[in-house]
Design a protein around this ligand. Structure first.
Ligand code: CMC
Length: 428
């Protein structure tokens, strides 16, 4: 038992229980604070607030550690594959071969989307951003699959989960194909998850498509790296949306919308655009100076993290993956990679970045890798969303299955006008 925390408010002394997790900081349970003192806590941005209890993902930001269900991300990325990671996140354990075969079968049985979805797509402008298409089409799944939106039914929850994991790649590939005016490519279920996605993106009906195993493995690893990241902004959005009892497709669409922002999943797109804007190694000092200038809103995209105050462990794997992909594609000198490496080198030795503990994050190298694979910049965040879907679902399921679950309802510090009387227009 950890000693409770004491708080003195006026002449009242309060004892607040402390809860400890398996690893990581303990939490002070302030649930009774308002009832006993009439006061709320104030923590915009949740910098010191745990919003839930979870068994899924653990991050030690100071040490640069990321664990899915206890397993280090480096080991999963090196030895496992994405569908195995999906199983692990959803069910808490690595699958046996039989469980794995069954899981693969269930996912691949759901890869096609309702044919009417094709017509739904025709309503989008061709130049629509793939993330706007994804927000809409994932949300629209609830209009197509009514038979899996009853969240009180465990079987329906499972089917909805399978549908989203299986259909997200199909929808993301459709968003891409639509944007370039090519026909949609139906899934081919004898391919593995990631090879199937690559084929849906890059195959055309008039040519045979051969999956490049190195690229498929690299993309699969990128999906593993992005699969979950505990209570980040989009996951918290999914939990909050789900806490009202909203259907799973709507909740995941809310997560997609949140991920889109440049401070979150949109950073991979922003990081690549930044490298392109910098243009050459000799211009780096100018951009470093801008990033440090308090009066300039410019930030080094792909740098810094709310939780990691050390090298993001995903960034290390991503950097290695970038080299593997460029090597496989015979790209000897990528000017953007040169800029990225030099930018990282300078930033890691610069007092400003050292003092603020700003290190490259997962998005710093992912853009270079995805671009080399042939994805346009606008697809980067959609790929992040594809991978994060399983994390959102695992977190949503954990919340729904928690018997103590309540609707999320933060309070506020009100600083607007106090009560005042209405004055009719002609007397103002
Ligand atoms: N470049 C320059 N300065 C920075 C940067 C940066 N990328 N990031 C933070 N700082 C500075 C910031 O100006 C502030 O300085 P000061 O204390 O003097 O005001 C200090 O570092 C702390 O920054 P913060 O904004 O208070 O920190 P935060 O925890 O709220 O923000 C962040 C985290 C990721 C939003 C931020 O680091 C950032 O905007 N990075 C660039 C965007 C990015 O790469 N996002 C991807 C995150 S990883 C993928 C994901 O999780 O989606």
């Amino acid at each position: 038992m950890t000693t409770p925390v004491s708080l003195k408010v006026g002449d009242k002394a309060l004892e607040m229980p402390v809860k400890s997790g398996t690893i990581g900081p303990s939490v002070v349970d302030i649930g009774k604070l308002y009832a006993q003192t009439g006061m709320f806590t104030y923590d915009p941005g949740f910098t010191s607030t745990a919003s839930c209890e979870s068994k899924i993902t653990y991050i030690d930001g100071d040490e640069g550690v990321l664990l899915y269900r206890g397993y280090p991300i480096e080991q999963l990325a090196e030895h496992g594959d994405f569908l195995e990671t999906c199983y692990l996140l959803l069910y808490g354990e690595l699958p046996t071969p039989a469980q794995r075969a069954d899981f693969n079968y269930r996912v691949t049985r759901h890869t096609m989307v309702h044919e009417q979805m094709m017509r739904f797509f025709q309503g989008f402008r061709r130049d629509a951003h793939p993330m706007s298409v994804m927000v809409a089409s994932v949300g629209a799944l609830s209009a197509f699959y009514h038979d899996s939106i009853d969240i009180a039914d465990e079987n329906q929850r499972m089917i909805a989960s399978m549908r989203m994991i299986a259909k997200f790649p199909t929808l993301a590939a459709m968003a891409y194909k639509y944007s370039i005016g090519q026909p949609f490519v139906y899934p081919q279920n004898d391919l593995d998850y990631t090879s199937n996605f690559l084929r849906m993106c890059f195959a055309v009906p008039c040519e045979e498509y051969k999956v490049n195993k190195v690229l498929s493995r690299a993309l699969d690893r990128i999906f593993i790296l992005h699969a979950d990241h505990e209570q980040n902004a989009s996951t918290s959005t999914v939990r909050l949306a789900g806490s009202s009892g909203a259907n799973p497709f709507a909740c995941i669409a809310a997560g997609v919308a949140c991920l889109w922002g440049p401070a979150h999943g949109g950073a991979n797109e922003a990081a690549l655009k930044m490298l392109q804007e910098i243009g050459s190694v000799d211009r780096i000092p100018h951009y470093i100076a801008r990033a440090k200038d308090k009066n300039d809103s410019f930030r080094l995209m792909g740098f810094g993290h709310r939780v990691y105050k050390n090298y993001d462990p995903r960034a290390k794997i991503m950097q290695k993956t970038a080299h593997e992909v460029l090597n496989e594609l015979g790209i000897k000198d990528d000017p953007l990679l040169d800029i990225a490496i030099e930018l990282e080198r300078i930033a890691l030795h610069d007092e400003y970045f050292i003092e603020k503990k700003l290190y490259p994050n997962v998005d710093f190298y992912s853009g270079i890798t995805l671009k080399a694979m042939g994805f346009p910049t606008s697809m980067f965040t959609a790929l992040f969303a594809l991978a994060r879907t399983v994390g959102w679902i695992a977190q949503w399921k954990e919340m729904i299955e928690d018997p103590g679950q309540k609707i999320g309802r933060p309070r506020q510090l009100y600083t607007g006008n106090a009560r005042r009387d209405y004055i009719p227009g002609n007397m103002r």
